[in-house]
Design a binder for this molecule. Sequence first.
Ligand SMILES: *Cc1c(COP(=O)(O)O)cnc(C)c1O
Length: 385
Amino acid sequence: MRNKLRLLTPGPTPLPEEVRLALAQDMVHHRKAGFKEVLHRVQEGLQWLFGTRQPVLPLTCSGSGAMNAALWNLFAPGERVLVVDAGKFGQRWGDIAQSRGLEITAIRLPWGVAVSPAQIQEALDNDPSIRGVLVQASETSTGVLHPIREIAEITKVRETLLVVDGISAVAISPCPMDDWGVDCLLTGSQKGLMLPPGLAFIALSPRAWNEVERHPCAVAYFDLLRERENCGKNQTLFTPAINLLNGLDVSLHLFRKQGLEEIFRKQWALTCMTRAGVQALGLDLMVKENYTWGLTSILLPQGMDGQRLLEIAARDYGVVMAGGQDHLKGRIVRLGHMGHVDFADILAGIYALRQSFKACGGHSGSRDYLEISLAAYQQALDHKT
Ligand SMILES: *Cc1c(COP(=O)(O)O)cnc(C)c1O
C-alpha cells in the first residue's frame, strides 16, 4: 500500500493547492506593469507579516543568503559582534561573521538551551565595542525559542544592532519587528511561508539603515541600498524568482484572510498537540522550556537507530520527518509543524512516530496517545496564552 506523503520537516514544508497553481503559471516580464502590481501587493503583505513600516526586501536566494546580506551590509571588517551559538544556525552566524572579517564574541550554549537576557546584558556590559547581537528567533537545529523581545529591550537603549534570523519564526510565532525594536529581521520562503525554497526577505530598522549608509557597499549582488531603491519603484535589482513571488502573493493573501493571531494560535496549538502526543508515547522532549512553535525535537532512547526510525516512518507511513544534525544525528527526531500543516497531519505524524518507534524496539506508551494529543490541541485553541 502506498500512503500519501506528508512532509513534516522543519523546512521545506508542504504547499497549499492555491500556491502550487500560482507557481505553475507561465512567465511574465518582471519590469512590466502587471508584475509591478504583484510586487507592490507583496510588499504591503510582507510589511504586515514582519510588523514593520520599513521596506521588506525580497532576495532571490535561500535563507542563508539573507543572513549573508545582513552582515555584509551592516558591519565593516574589524567590528565586533556578539553571536548566540546555541546550535547549527547560531554557528552559521559565526561562520558568516568570520567571512566578513568581523571580530566575534560568542555565547556558547548547550544544544537545547535558550540564551537568557542576562547573558546578553552581561556580554554587552563587558564590552561596549560590540556593535551587533546575532541570534536566531528559533534555533531550528534544536527547537529552542530565544527571547527576542527581552533581548531587544537591552539592545534598543544602546548603540547595538539586534540582528535576528527569523527563518523558522516568521509566520510561525510572534516577532513584530517595529514593536519589539528588532533592527534586522530576515526569513526564507520554505519554512513558515508555505512556499518552495528560493526566496529570502530582509527588513532593517531606521538606525540599521543608517549603518548601511555609513559603510561602503561590499557586495554587488546583495547591495541592500540599491535593493531598497528598486523596491520603492516596485522593482528588484536583478531578475527575481518571478513564479515564487506569484506564489507569495497567494500565500500572503491566505495569511491575511486568517489574520496573524489565528496563524499563531494554530501554530501554538499544533505545538501543544505534538508535545502532548510525544509525552503520551513515553518519549522525551528535547526542549523542556522555551520551545519553538514550528517543530518539536524528540529524544530517542540511548542506542536506538534514529536513521532507521525515520526510514520506516517514511517508507511505511508516508511521514517524512527530520533527524538531528551533527552530534545529534540519529539521536533525535525533529517533527516539523510549520507552514501548510494541520492537526490531521500531526495525527498522522504521531501515529507514524509510534509505529516506527515500536518497529525499532521501543516500548509503546499510553494507548490513548491520539486522544491525549487531540485534547491538548483543542485546549490550546480554546485558551491561547
Ligand atoms: C532553515 C534555516 C536556515 C537556513 O536556511 P536556508 O534556506 O537553508 O539557507 C537558517 N536559519 C534558520 C533558523 C533556519 O531554520
